[in-house]
Design a protein around this ligand. Structure first.
Ligand SMILES: [Zn+2]
Length: 145
């Protein structure tokens, strides 16, 4: 079975699959927006969490701030993106309640992805610890009163 032409120039996957929701081997049509992001999680079945950074202009300071956007995207078995992969995703019809994108190309690996994830995990733990600290402080003040 020849891989379908999906309308834009991307590297066709080397492997084949029988997924009907695959833009190359199934009947899924791609249209709409295209984003490039990093796969954060592949824990769901045939689904990947893809996040990317965007810049938001702040008029008051005339500078940009970093913001993040993310969506869930279908991960066909012929593409089989892994965590840390940089992927191109394209909009398609809604495949589930929260999924209306499909991965169309893996274009490489993000360097230092593991380190970044670890750093983020650490900062999350720290933030939570701080929150608990503050709460106990407040509780103690209450008691002191
Ligand atoms: Zn496929």
């Amino acid at each position: 079975m020849e891989a379908n032409n999906i309308g834009i120039k991307v590297a066709k996957p080397k492997e084949k699959c029988k997924d009907n929701n695959c833009p190359f081997h199934g009947s899924l049509r791609c249209r709409g927006r295209i984003f490039t992001g990093t796969v954060i999680s592949v824990k769901m079945q045939k689904t990947a969490s893809v996040w990317w950074e965007r810049r938001n202009f702040l008029r008051k300071y005339e500078r940009y701030e970093k913001r993040k956007s993310g969506v869930k995207a279908h991960n066909p078995s012929c593409i089989n993106a892994q965590e840390g992969n940089i992927v191109k995703i394209m909009e398609c019809r809604p495949l589930s309640k929260t999924k209306s994108f499909v991965i169309i190309e893996v274009s490489g690996k993000e360097r230092g992805f593991k380190e970044r994830m670890e750093a983020e995990e650490e900062s999350k733990v720290k933030r939570e610890a701080k929150k608990i600290d503050e709460q106990t402080d407040e509780a103690e003040e209450e008691v002191a009163k």
